[in-house]
Design a binder for this molecule. Sequence first.
Ligand SMILES: C[S@@+](CC[C@H](N)C(=O)[O-])C[C@H]1O[C@@H](n2cnc3c(N)ncnc32)[C@H](O)[C@@H]1O
Length: 230
Amino acid sequence: MTDIEKIHRPIRSFVLRQGRMTPSQQEAIQEGWPRYGIALSEGQEVFDWNKIFGREAPRVLEIGFGMGDSLIALAKQHPEMDFLGIEVHQPGVGRTLANAMSQELTNLKVFADDAIEVLKHVAPTSLDRVLLLFADPWPKKKHHKRRIVQDVFVEMVAQKLKLHGQFRLATDWQDYADHMLAVLDKSTSFRNCFGQGQYAPSPFERPITKFEMRGQKLGHVIRDLIYERI
Ligand SMILES: C[S@@+](CC[C@H](N)C(=O)[O-])C[C@H]1O[C@@H](n2cnc3c(N)ncnc32)[C@H](O)[C@@H]1O
């Protein structure tokens, strides 16, 4: 990497370790992307969800869906709602597309880009709910700047939510939970549905995720946080 690249490289909340794609994940991407994938293109403006889904419905966005288990389960449980997922990890995208096809879901679309870039093209007040489940905790202090939950990100999410829409977060990392609580409690765009300084009961109306199970095995306490756009 050149010095110039280092200077201009944004701080990202992920490191792309693509890992190996199984043949079925690769196949799923080839077959499922035309049906479920949305690519960001140059000159892209904001997405028109009504046009993309062909209907008007409540819209839920999950950031960093990992292997997509919660996203698929929610989309299946709620055919009356439309689901959008963002994930940079290709094997996770492949697995999610495979499951979307086998379940014949018609209320799901997927982005395989950095959530920050996707959010730039999400129309203001066009989402009913945003989910951020077990975001990378970046435990070392020197890496805290990589945590996706920061003031600017929180305001970006706020801008995309409808009035009374919800931002739901969960983490198994207490230090990150405290950080989320501090950042969100002081935001004037959100109200903590369980009261300032309070976590929600866990799990709050959501399926258990892969990373949550990993955290549980390590004896971590799971924290859910629920905020309403005000
Ligand atoms: C710890 S994993 C949790 C995955 C899943 N939500 C779960 O609970 O099993 C965090 C995920 O967020 C994704 N991620 C992190 N930053 C992202 C970003 N800026 N845009 C899209 N995905 C991101 C990572 O690739 C990773 O798969």
